[in-house]
Design a protein. Structure first.
Length: 118
């Protein structure tokens, strides 16, 4: 089973997730979306799997700093373009298991699935 974690190295939730995975011996590849970037293909896959509303972080400082025109009329395509231009708009961590199973955040449910290998 392959796991990919997308987040920010400065994000406390991402740090908690990585620490728990490391302690549990779960293998994963980590991508810092600010430093390493994230592909439009990945963003499109996440939005297709979860909906842009779950992937785009409207409570972020980056969101508050956007022009009103950027915030209006959001749909899948516009949300993907915004997140590609501003990776800090992505809720985190995004966890992709086996290239298909996509989750966002570090909820108890996500923790159980990853740490127990479900």
């Amino acid at each position: 089973m392959s796991n990919e974690i997308f987040g920010l190295k400065t994000c406390d939730t991402c740090r908690k997730a990585r620490k728990a995975l490391d302690e549990a011996g779960v293998d994963y590849a980590y991508t810092d979306v600010r430093t390493d970037g994230v592909s439009t293909k990945d963003l499109t896959n996440w939005v297709s799997a979860l909906g842009w509303e779950k992937v785009l972080n409207k409570s972020s400082t980056t969101w508050r700093g956007l022009d009103e025109a950027d915030k209006e009329g959001l749909d899948d395509k516009k949300a993907v373009a915004l997140m590609a231009d501003h990776p800090t708009l992505i809720k985190r961590p995004v966890i992709v298991r086996d290239g298909m199973d996509v989750t966002v955040g570090w909820s108890k449910e996500v923790q159980e699935r990853l740490l127990k290998g479900d």
